[in-house]
Design a protein around this ligand. Structure first.
Ligand SMILES: *[C@@H]1O[C@H](CO)[C@@H](O)[C@H](O)[C@H]1NC(C)=O
Ligand SMILES: *[C@@H]1O[C@H](CO)[C@@H](O)[C@H](O)[C@H]1NC(C)=O
Ligand SMILES: *[C@@H]1O[C@H](CO)[C@@H](O)[C@H](O)[C@H]1NC(C)=O
Ligand SMILES: *[C@@H]1O[C@H](CO)[C@@H](O)[C@H](O)[C@H]1NC(C)=O
Ligand SMILES: *[C@@H]1O[C@H](CO)[C@@H](O)[C@H](O)[C@H]1NC(C)=O
Ligand SMILES: *[C@@H]1O[C@H](CO)[C@@H](O)[C@H](O)[C@H]1NC(C)=O
Length: 641
């Protein structure tokens, strides 16, 4: 037994600890708690430490009297570190981690864990347990994680009926390039279809804008010029041959850089992966390619899809370049807002579309969970990750969603969701709720359009919604980045207070409490379903509780710009910089068409979505700053994911 590594030493039992150990064995426990430690003054070890040592020794040795412990620590704790109070609290955890086969954290990292566990993990364990696990056995409160034994091999992919897009008429190529850059996809598609402009010309215009404004916005990871001109030429050639692929034929766009495209880097926004090339076509890229769209850029994702900080910088908000864009779909939101792409594909795990779309003032739809296949996309959480479009307006969102939805055979969560045609919805037959925090202009406009608008409140009893979201997202993320954490690559992560901290906390969430969270999530979903007594509702889209709730339920929401405010503390002489105002239109899962139809109705008589942000024309006395002055805290405003 004495051959075993003693957990208070770096390697084997040192002479000092041999003495200490002898003391521990000789002293009755009671004397340890009352008398000062009796050892030489060459160390800083406290009485507390002695108690801890004893406890750990018991865990490692004394509890197994017949066998030598097999557990060895890679980085055991030295006596000096032992002295601190946090460390003495962390010590039992340090040894417990050996039992999880997770003894790889440095001492300083372990030191943070007890505080974090108490503050973030334990309250959620307790809340969920009380809610769903106070009764034993039975199939009540089933987990939302559902096992499907189907092998899904001989599946016949069935095609959704396409939406009936309106066709514009009498549109001409504007004189100014900028006017072209802010046209909608439907308008640009018309110019291409009628051969008033070529796809190659459009590609050139938008590539030029990407380069021009990236300097200020830090929103572009890679311009994919080669593939862009190849695809644009092909689109023009097909049209010359009389083949028209639909409204996306020849339209340039960008992809969030968590989406793989062969031959280009897929950096995930992260220093660790900034040279990664994944030689695969993501499913969503394939869909857009077959619709004739032209990939011109890989746009910024916050590092590992968290917030707006990435290895090349921090993406800014085109409406107020002193601010950051929030994230993590930072590039898609900022680039669409600034007219650098007609549309872009981003993703959301929790807030990654809603936050940047709201801040950058663009229309975006976070569709029903499972609508868009995720093969070839970096995974955070299988049950939360969703892809969706950032656009100039809701009509474009409908067009893009129509092109990218459908079952992806390699993504078991994706589904053929049969949405109704949003262009054929009679909104006067709808009853739409509005929450206390809804933007009233939207409510008034929809009421004037004949929608039955009623005050509304979501009613649910689950009070650990934000905790359930944290557990689900963080544990799932850690399972996808296990090796990254184990090998210490999290040390070079761009923002140490974000993923690195959260994923260490996730390491000590027991499997049973993770599953209780999934049962609690099931309860939340049933309560939301039962209280969703309207066809849709209007409400705040950046309120963190709603972001968590909406993502846990998997319900769609469309983010709609509804106006602007003056910035606080404008420079003397004024500025064109503005704060955007936004609201969300939420619909039940698989009713994305309702949210789209309502947003289209609102935008048909308002023009907030048509305003253009000031990027290099800020006002007489306002200049582009070198460093944004507003520091946006992570996730409360964001994420990630
Ligand atoms: C965009 O700007 C960032 C920040 O300066 C830079 O790291 C990145 O390389 C630029 N992207 C392109 C495509 O030039
Ligand atoms: C809210 O939900 C609770 C529990 O499900 C129910 O008892 C209550 O009647 C509901 N209240 C409203 C206003 O629907
Ligand atoms: C969820 O995690 C975030 C980020 O660490 C933290 O700020 C927040 O307080 C957590 N929420 C709960 C309910 O634990
Ligand atoms: C929406 O929620 C965010 C975050 O809580 C808050 O800052 C904002 O003021 C809210 N908007 C409205 C209209 O209540
Ligand atoms: C611009 O700033 C200068 C110096 O601060 C000031 O003299 C001038 O009046 C300002 N211009 C306007 C239009 O406010
Ligand atoms: C906003 O700022 C402009 C000048 O930049 C000013 O004319 C206008 O009155 C301001 N609006 C409000 C509501 O303060």
């Amino acid at each position: 037994m004495l051959q075993a590594t003693f957990p208070c030493t770096k390697t084997h039992v040192s002479p000092f600890f041999f003495i200490l150990f002898t003391l521990l064995l000789l002293h009755p426990l009671s004397s340890l708690s009352t008398e000062p430690p009796q050892y030489s003054a060459t160390t800083t070890c406290s009485r507390e430490m002695v108690t801890r040592c004893k406890k750990i020794w018991e865990i490692l040795c004394c509890t197994s009297t017949t066998t030598t412990p097999q557990i060895h620590s890679r980085s055991l704790i030295s006596c000096g570190e032992f002295g601190s109070k946090e460390m003495s609290e962390a010590l039992p955890l340090k040894s417990a981690l050996q039992l999880f086969d997770a003894d790889f954290f440095s001492n300083s990292k372990v030191k943070e864990l007890p505080k974090d566990a108490k503050e973030f993990n334990i309250p959620v364990f307790r809340a969920n347990r009380k809610m769903v696990a106070s009764e034993n056995g039975g199939l009540h409160n089933p987990s939302v994680l559902v096992f499907n034994s189907e092998w899904g091999m001989n599946e016949v992919p069935h095609k959704n009926k396409k939406f009936s897009y309106p066709s514009p008429s009498d549109i001409n190529v504007p004189e100014k390039e900028e006017d072209m850059a802010f046209m909608s996809v439907i308008e640009l598609g018309y110019l291409i279809k009628t051969k008033k402009i070529t796809s190659q010309k459009l590609t050139e215009i938008f590539l030029h804008r990407l380069k021009r404004y990236n300097h200020t916005l830090e929103a572009v990871v890679t311009c994919t010029e080669d593939v862009a001109y190849t695809q644009a030429k092909e689109a023009d050639k097909l049209l010359d041959q009389g083949v028209y692929l639909g409204p996306l034929h020849g339209i340039p766009y960008g992809l969030k850089d968590i989406i793989s495209v062969p031959q280009y880097k897929t950096t995930w926004g992260s220093k660790t992966f900034q040279n990664q090339v994944l030689d695969m076509e993501a499913w969503v890229y394939k869909r857009l390619k077959s619709a004739g769209a032209v990939l011109i850029a890989k746009l910024v994702t916050g590092s590992l899809a968290y917030d707006d900080i990435w290895f090349g910088g921090r993406t800014r908000n085109p409406w107020n370049i002193e601010e950051f864009s929030t994230g993590s779909s930072a590039g898609p939101a900022a680039s669409t807002s600034a007219g650098m792409v007609p549309f872009a594909i981003g993703s959301e795990t929790a807030g990654s579309m809603t936050y940047p779309a709201a801040r950058c003032g663009v229309t975006a739809i976070r569709p029903t969970f499972g609508t868009v296949g995720r093969t070839g996309v970096m995974s955070i959480s299988e049950s939360l990750d969703k892809l969706g479009p950032f656009c100039r307006n809701a009509m474009d969102c409908a067009v893009i969603l129509d092109a990218i939805r459908g079952r992806d055979p390699d993504d078991p969560s994706s589904k053929e969701i049969s949405l109704e045609d949003p262009f054929l919805i009679d909104i006067t037959k709808l009853t739409v709720g509005y929450l206390e925090d809804a933007e009233m202009e939207v409510v008034d406009v929809l009421a004037a359009k004949g929608v039955n608008m009623v005050p509304f409140k979501l009613n649910y009893t689950v009070d650990s919604v934000q905790g359930i979201l944290n557990f689900t997202m963080d544990v799932d993320m850690l399972s996808h980045f296990d090796e990254w954490q184990r090998s210490g690559q999290d040390d070079v992560y761009e923002a140490q207070d974000q993923w690195p901290l959260e994923l260490r906390r996730a390491r000590i969430i027991p499997a049973v409490d993770y599953l209780q969270a999934q049962r609690a999530r099931g309860k939340l979903i049933r309560e939301i379903r039962d209280s969703f007594t309207v066809d849709a509702f209007v409400g705040n889209v950046t309120d963190w509780e709603k972001v968590c709730m909406g993502n846990l339920v998997g319900m769609p929401v469309i983010i709609v710009p509804t106006g602007f405010k003056n910035i606080t503390k404008p420079p003397p002489g004024g500025t064109r910089r503005r704060t955007t105002i936004t609201t969300g239109i939420y619909a039940p899962p698989q009713h994305d068409h309702i949210a789209l139809a309502l947003a289209m109705a609102y935008q048909s008589v308002t023009d907030h979505h048509k305003q253009r942000p000031p990027i290099d024309d800020l006002g007489p006395n306002d200049t582009v700053p070198n460093h944004p002055s507003v520091n946006i805290p992570p996730r409360q405003w964001h994420i990630h994911v």
